[in-house]
Write a protein that binds this ligand. Sequence first.
Ligand SMILES: C[S@@+](CC[C@H](N)C(=O)[O-])C[C@H]1O[C@@H](n2cnc3c(N)ncnc32)[C@H](O)[C@@H]1O
Length: 277
Amino acid sequence: MTDVNFERVAELVGLGLERREARWLVEEFAVPGDAGLSVGLRRAAQRRLEGEPLQYVIGHWPFRSLDLDVDERVLVPRPETEELVDVALGELLASGSLSPLVLDLGCGSGAIGLAVLEELRRRAVDATLVAVDVSPDALAVARANARKHELGAVSFVESSWFDQLDPAMRGVVDLIVANPPYVGQSEWADLDPVLAYEPRGALVSPDEDGVAGFSDLARIVRGANEWLRPGGSLVLEHGHAHRPALVSLASERGYVDVRGFDDLGGHPRILVARRRA
Ligand SMILES: C[S@@+](CC[C@H](N)C(=O)[O-])C[C@H]1O[C@@H](n2cnc3c(N)ncnc32)[C@H](O)[C@@H]1O
């Protein structure tokens, strides 16, 4: 960073930004040769100071090996979701399939599915991705991210979970991944206000069976078995309190090899279940 940019950072810190965030904004928006704060940098700092997530202000954010465009149409991809990609890749690579079909339910920015596709491409595995979201706005962002990373083997489907999928996919999907909304309506009010900038439909799900935020998770577990090939895997991100209900629902529905993984913070976060072979 140049001396001039150090000055810009100091100016932003003076306005109230954290130093680390000020540096990111300067790297993104400072115009070389400009004396003082450029209009773009000042506007970006203002948005951040008003509470907008840094990722939306910058307009793109790293996820695994991808630089994803993000804005208010999609959830900001989270670090724990990067861990889900590891688990998903592990499932696929263990299956030995050379041309797997992957279904990403609630794709948002495309984070999970596109990262899986890109990391398989680097291992010379030729996968096909079907990315689903109920939000046409989210699908537009995911499409742009696929183009940005030259990931062509993707089709995008506007659908509520499995409702509009091509029936030809029944029983042939190698991997279903999903990070559905799982925050309970009653929990929403207590969340960090910065989350109010993200689409509510990406975060909040109705309660079910007395479990807060469980409805979409339950719908996916109930529906996935029919679309997976025998031996195919479902990999689901969930909230801290959901594991017992998910494990019992998956077992009740006939899945096998049902396992839970904690995130790096030590919280229950990921469910894996396989369709019986
Ligand atoms: C928690 S966000 C996850 C986004 C992305 N997969 C990620 O991990 O960053 C949940 C996504 O599910 C989508 N969604 C919510 N309800 C849905 C439904 N009934 N059918 C399909 N997608 C849905 C939302 O629009 C949102 O993009």
